[in-house]
Ligand binder design. Structure first.
Ligand SMILES: Cc1ncc(COP(=O)(O)O)c(C=O)c1O
Length: 411
């Protein structure tokens, strides 16, 4: 993927993403979990940017109502989403296919409960978002791993390496007795891949042949780097649409995660009914009034802001790559096609990822996510770096890491 193919015109949304907004002491997981003041947190996946102004304005109007009783999400929220899916991603769905949930992780728990029996297996592709493992196991099901295969990055891709699906291994795993679901991460966190139509077709065909239902987590779909395109799994054919459901949310792309609003998009009405009941049983289907107001405005009015933030994140990714090549040349970075999460191979330092993260927090005052929680391979050590921060914050964090490496390990 050539990272320079698409030029972005943020138009009126020339936002000041360089602005450093103090978040410590604001009840923020990202900023207030680090025990010590002064730690730069580039870990959990939210942005240090204010969201788009039309969203803030709409929330302010809703707050002014002063009444925050139980909310009934209006049909316009579903209509805004399907319009966005159609215009932005070329994916036509009916508003009736959309269920609300208080987050993708609670929705995943409800889906596993609805579609699996205890002891059933769910196939995932590590390294992958850590809550996949815990959520599947918490429902009494088994995680079956089909690891991604690491390959060199093609020229012009912007990284040192990338990942592919191992289709032979996937076929073997999907065909195992007791496999009920394939949990796809599209785009993939933390591998940074935006799966192509061809890759999705091959994976989907394997599932279809074996009668395995596909759950496609597309929470990062809107965060394509310039030049990359999201392919919704369900958009590829009628049989993929009927044999799958997708998770969607405005939360990652528009920095709304605290509003706890996500969507399950499912055309298959019998599966949708089961999932809807399961969300109700778990008490995780009811939306709060701020979440659907913010999401609708994001999809209706904020495409320009999203384009501006994607462009800024790409700039940060280039800063990261250039810095590592110049100052920490033994570290390797994965190509970033989507998400704002860079995946950095630190195996050359010879320190296990959890130890490295703990030492960097304590000694260098920078916090990353350790590769261990994503299921990195046994002999590897990765850091996941959150790039959704002002460029000066990223530059300072990288300087601290380089200084620490100079003092503590020879790179
Ligand atoms: C792939 C993926 N799915 C789900 C989530 C969490 O979603 P939610 O906050 O809606 O539960 C994340 C958060 O980083 C994620 O990366």
């Amino acid at each position: 993927m050539n990272m320079n193919e698409e030029t972005i015109d943020p138009g009126i949304f020339s936002v000041d993403f360089d602005r450093q907004i103090p978040r410590r002491g604001t009840a923020s997981v990202k900023w207030d979990v680090p025990r010590e003041d002064g730690v730069l947190p580039l870990w959990v996946a939210d942005m240090d940017f204010r969201t788009a102004q039309p969203i803030i304005d709409a929330l302010r109007r809703r707050v002014e109502d002063g009444i925050y009783g139980y909310a009934l999400p209006p049909r316009t929220w579903r209509e805004s989403l399907v319009r966005w899916l159609s215009v932005r991603h070329g994916w036509t769905m009916s508003p009736d296919s959309v269920l609300g949930a208080i987050g993708v992780v609670p929705a995943l728990a409800a889906v596993v409960r609805a579609l699996c029996r205890p002891g059933d297996k769910v196939v995932v592709q590590p390294p992958v978002y850590g809550c996949f493992f815990t959520t599947i196991r918490n429902q009494g099901c088994e995680v079956l791993e089909s690891p991604l295969r690491r390959v060199s990055a093609p020229d012009g891709a912007g990284g040192d390496f990338t990942y592919e699906m191992d289709f032979d291994d996937l076929e073997r795993k999907i065909a195992q007795p007791g496999v009920r679901l394939f949990l796809l991460c599209n785009p993939h966190n933390p591998a940074g891949r935006s799966w192509t139509a061809d890759e999705l077709r091959r994976a989907g065909d394997i599932c279809r042949r074996n009668g395995v239902f596909v759950v496609s987590d597309e929470i990062h779909a809107d965060l394509q780097m310039p030049g990359s395109r999201h392919v919704p799994f369900a958009s590829l054919s009628d049989s993929f649409r009927d044999g799958s459901l997708s998770f969607w949310s405005a939360s990652k792309a528009f920095n709304l995660a605290g509003l706890q609003t996500a969507e399950v998009v499912c055309a298959n009405s019998s599966v949708r009914e089961l999932v809807g009941k399961s969300l109700e049983t778990n008490g995780t289907g009811g939306l709060n009034p701020f979440g659907f107001v913010a999401s609708s405005v994001a999809w209706d009015e904020c495409a320009g802001w999203l384009d501006a933030v994607r462009s800024y994140i790409k700039g940060n990714y280039i800063v990261l790559c250039d810095f590592l090549r110049a100052r920490l040349p033994r570290l390797r970075v994965a190509t970033l096609e989507a998400t704002y999460l860079a995946w950095v191979d630190t195996s050359a330092l010879g320190i296990p990822s959890e130890t490295l993260v703990a030492r960097l927090e304590r000694e260098a005052k920078v916090l990353f996510s350790p590769g261990k929680i994503f299921g990195e391979a046994r002999d590897e050590a990765f850091l996941r770096v959150n790039l959704a921060c002002p460029r000066a914050t990223l530059a300072e964090a990288l300087e601290r890491v380089a200084a620490w490496c100079d003092a503590a390990v020879r790179t």
